[in-house]
Design a protein around this ligand. Structure first.
Ligand code: ATP
Ligand code: MG
Length: 258
């Protein structure tokens, strides 16, 4: 992979309650943005439960947490080594873990096997991911429910927050809290609410949206997404769909030229 630094990287984090469509929407954003072949895109699966790899048709063999766990083991076995050497080695290993297809690269964060404060390791990894991100035009992060990971383990430099909710009160409350936490913890440029699996305009208009959230678009229940999910097919191979067009519009409302 060419290591050419970009002047500006748009980092889109997709957040929301469990099951509202974060992974499908992350995959569709990846697809929409990748339609411009001059752009380099990195899609990050930051959900420990994973799923984005399947939606994008990637095979993630090695995750960032595998790399982290190996390093912790080495440190615990007393292999300290020169700090710079460790950073260089980790940087190399993270780059090696990236899978590529055309202008799309994919990286899975994985599930940490070891808890506890391995602060130094976590810090180094966060720096490495931030530095890798700067080689791409767009980074799309499929987050776990809640903002913590984006905040703590992945990167703080998110530019666009896509807050996903279904029509449920619970879903809307979760994104409202994520928005609150983000306002305090990260310096994003834009945050937009994307409603997913909405029956029709009437249903959308009847929703009581918390005032802190800015609605940028709503996606209908989409048979094409359902079909692709049932068959385990990559969203990248999906023909245009109504949800995808609605999402493209929502991204434009958020100031993205897609
Ligand atoms: N607009 C839509 N129309 C039809 N089906 C959808 C739509 N959006 C998502 N789905 C389906 O809803 C289910 C949950 O979606 P998805 O996995 O994207 O949610 P998630 O928020 O990533 O879930 P998790 O929190 O478990 O990671 C999937 O089966 C997906 O195919
Ligand atoms: Mg998911």
């Amino acid at each position: 992979m060419a290591r050419e630094k970009k002047d500006h990287t748009t980092i889109i984090a997709v957040c929301g309650k469990g099951g509202v469509g974060k992974t499908s929407i992350s995959a569709m954003i990846t697809k929409i943005v990748s339609e411009d072949p001059s752009l380099k895109i990195l899609s990050i699966d930051a959900d420990p439960a994973t799923g984005l790899a399947t939606s994008l048709g990637f095979n993630a063999e090695r995750t960032v947490d595998d790399i982290r766990n190996d390093l912790i083991q080495r440190v615990e076995q007393g292999l300290s080594g020169d700090k710079q050497e460790i950073v260089t080695q980790l940087d190399y290993e993270v780059f090696e873990a990236i899978r590529e297809k055309g202008n799309i690269a994919f990286l899975a964060i994985g599930r940490p096997e070891k808890d506890g404060c391995y602060c130094q390791v976590n810090h180094i990894l966060k720096d490495i991911i931030a530095s890798i991100a700067s080689h791409f035009d767009f980074v799309i992060i499929d987050g776990e429910a809640g903002i913590e990971q984006v905040n703590r383990r992945v990167m703080e430099k998110v530019t666009h927050l896509v807050l996903v909710s279904d029509a449920s009160k619970k879903g809307l409350n979760v994104v409202a809290s994520i928005k609150d936490v983000s306002d305090q913890a990260i310096q994003y440029e834009q945050a937009g609410l994307v409603l997913n699996r909405i029956r029709d305009k009437k249903e959308q208009e009847a929703l009581n949206i918390p005032p802190s959230l800015k609605l940028v678009g709503w996606l209908p229940e989409d048979e094409v997404i359902r079909k692709f999910d049932i068959e385990g097919k990559s969203i990248l191979d999906m023909p245009g769909s109504i949800a995808q067009s609605a999402l493209k519009n929502a991204l434009r409302v958020m100031g993205l030229s897609v």
